[in-house]
Design a protein around this ligand. Structure first.
Ligand code: ZN
Length: 191
């Protein structure tokens, strides 16, 4: 079943794969194609589940994200993996990623200048647009939660989540290496 949250997970796979510093040009091209399809269709598919073309484009974006993410994911997934394992709170992986994406894009921005125009093109944005602001607006248009607090995460969870993020395999392939304090700041900005 297609939801806004699983669509945002596909977008997060495509964005993090494209941004990962590992050298894998074919994976980047596939991720960008998936990002372009998801960006153009996620609102249509969410609003109108009977639109078969939009659903097909989202299915293709999900497949392309999964084909490409062996290149590496990043801080969004390093943080969402431990949050998805918080005891007693079944938090949706895709919703977590949607909510975390803006703060991670802002953290990565200083090292992504060379990729920004291409990333923005995949998002359907002008070359100099702010991709983090765009994702925040998109999340709200899709009816996704405004922050981690609205999802049931508490500030008391932050320390353990940041510790676990440093050990997650996706930590190593974020384009800008994050410290524990950086992860705490990203969680705070996503709250
Ligand atoms: Zn994911």
């Amino acid at each position: 079943m297609l939801t806004a949250a699983t669509g945002m997970d596909a977008m997060a796979h495509c964005i993090e794969t494209f941004c990962a510093p590992s050298v894998n040009p074919p994976a980047e091209v596939i991720a960008l194609d998936g990002l372009r399809r998801a960006s153009a269709n996620i609102e249509i598919a969410t609003r109108d589940g009977t639109n078969r073309q939009a659903r097909w484009e989202m299915m293709m974006a999900a497949m392309e994200g999964a084909m490409a993410f062996q290149k590496g994911l990043g801080a969004v997934h390093a943080l969402s993996h431990p949050m998805g394992a918080l005891p007693g709170r079944p938090l949706h992986h895709g919703t977590l990623n949607a909510v975390l994406l803006p703060a991670v894009l802002e953290f990565n921005a200083p090292v992504l200048e060379g990729k920004k125009a291409t990333l923005n093109a995949g998002l359907g944005l002008a070359a100099d647009a702010d991709p983090a602001a765009h994702i925040r607006t998109l999340n709200s248009r899709l009816g996704l939660p405004a922050g981690l607090g609205a999802m049931g995460v508490t500030r008391a969870d932050f320390g353990a989540v940041a510790d676990a993020a440093l050990k997650d395999h996706c930590h190593q392939t974020n384009p800008r290496l994050a410290s524990r304090d950086d992860y705490l700041a990203m969680l705070d900005a996503s709250f």
